[in-house]
Design a protein around this ligand. Sequence first.
Ligand SMILES: [Zn+2]
Length: 179
Amino acid sequence: MENKPDIIATIEREGFTAKRKGRAVWLSCPFHADKTPSFKINPDKQTFYCFSCNSGGDSITFIEKLHGLSFKDALKYLNLEGNHPVKINPKARTKRDLLQAFRSWEHEYLQELTDYYRDFHNILKKDILKDCKTMDEIEEFAEDFHLMPIVEYHMEILFNGTDEEKYKLYQGVNENGKV
Ligand SMILES: [Zn+2]
């Protein structure tokens, strides 16, 4: 792994408050008008993804998008903020590197979606009104409910889509394009 600045520390240093929920961390998306937090941070993988506007990436992508910086300037910005030096070789990626990145993303993203789907359906088995004790818990459930069609749609593409459809999703998730 490259020595990237921690994703949560980077986001919080920019003044956002992340909300922990199980192993994932949620935030109201800084990149679109987000009423319910759709912006999921995965601390294990050091990535973020917004289920509403499809912004996604790592701590460097976050800084690029937030401040409208180039990749190079985002690295500079992060170093100036007193982080670890970032050791990333910005060499142009070969076609093989890209394909490899796509394949490993495909695998990881599907895992992430199925985990999320399973957690959600485990919650469904409970008696929501009895088991949710606070308004916050009910709201969290409502957020999951709201995201589930997108999760299912993305899973459908990964399970049954053509490589072209999957690649389009990959670009959307990683480069904030439209899916
Ligand atoms: Zn968003």
